[in-house]
Design a protein around this ligand. Structure first.
Ligand code: AMP
Length: 291
């Protein structure tokens, strides 16, 4: 039996969060789609550093999946997730039914302009509308002081920051560093789809990104050259099929041709049927250290 409260209705969340707030606690929120791995749990730990009480949602949001994407087959491991959240010290889990978030008659869609046209937005039409809409709903229900999002989904983080700014939500958005496997692969709920050979070759993503970051630290500022170097390293893995590889501004997601400050090198690639994303910040002003 789990001791962490598992809340399923809006009323239960409001009551629990309301009690915390009445006793003077600050509230942290971590939205997830479950199938939790240590990367997710690092977000919860970070939230606990910034808030007195932390609530984590587990909700596979239908609105952010395209018609040919993996909504139906997305891993659902709720029991296991709740145990992990209890161990890491989260104070409550919000596990809503599909209709609790999108009740009959739900008619709102949040569209964040401009920064959703590039990178993943280009290949997943409507994805960020689904993300922004569900986050706006969650923010309205939970009304947290802070919310933590992973830098692995850098475009998502930028979209949420922009939405919060534009809508004047009184929430501080905190970005958590990318949590990686020992061999560099960014942790993802979708890594479990990879066949062993694909899993091995997927490490090329971080190798490619790191090579570009090294060159940037040594002074290379030409985005075309940096992307080409990363591409060559990644494509040494024959199973890698790159969808995009681009350097963008971290806040606007606009393409950058020359680095005159930190830029985000972002990549999406297929390994077999599995689409992975990763990114690294290139900082030409950071000093490069040989190991
Ligand atoms: P998801 O369950 O995939 O929607 O992810 C929930 C949150 O966890 C998002 O803010 C993700 O960016 C974040 N996240 C997922 N994987 C990682 C990772 N490897 N490192 C850091 N954050 C992550």
């Amino acid at each position: 039996m789990s001791r962490i409260p598992v809340l399923t209705t809006v009323g239960e969340v409001r009551k629990t969060v309301g009690e915390w707030r009445c006793s003077g606690r600050t509230i942290g929120f971590v939205p997830t789609m479950g199938a939790l791995h240590p990367g997710h749990l690092s977000l919860v730990s970070l939230a606990l550093e910034h808030a007195d009480r932390v609530i984590v949602s587990i909700y596979v949001n239908p609105a952010q999946f395209g018609p040919d994407e993996d909504y139906e087959s997305y891993p659902r491991t709720f029991r296991d997730d709740i145990d992990k959240l209890e161990k890491v010290g989260a104070n409550a889990v919000f596990l809503p039914e599909k209709d609790t978030i999108y009740p009959e008659g739900f008619s709102t869609s949040v569209h964040v302009c401009n920064l959703t046209d590039t990178l993943c937005g280009k290949y997943r039409p409507g994805h960020f509308d689904g993300v922004a809409t569900v986050c706006a709903v969650f923010f309205g229900i939970v009304q947290p002081d802070i919310a933590v999002f992973g830098k692995k989904d850098a475009q998502q983080l930028a979209v949420i920051k922009r939405m919060v700014l534009d809508q004047r939500f009184a929430i501080k958005i905190i970005g958590a560093d990318i949590y990686r496997e020992r061999d560099g692969l960014a942790m993802s709920s979708r890594n479990r789809y990879l066949r062993p050979i694909e899993r091995m070759q997927a490490t090329a993503l971080f190798r490619g990104l790191s090579r570009a970051a090294e060159l940037a630290c040594k002074g290379e500022r030409d985005a075309g050259i940096l992307c080409e170097v990363a591409r060559q390293v990644i494509e040494k893995s024959p199973l890698a099929v790159i969808q995009y590889l681009e350097i963008v501004d971290q806040d606007t997601m606009k393409s950058v041709e020359k680095l005159d400050g930190p830029g985000l090198l972002a990549v999406s690639a297929y390994f077999g049927k599995t689409r992975l994303i990763d990114n690294i910040v290139l900082d030409p002003d950071a000093s490069y250290k040989e190991d």
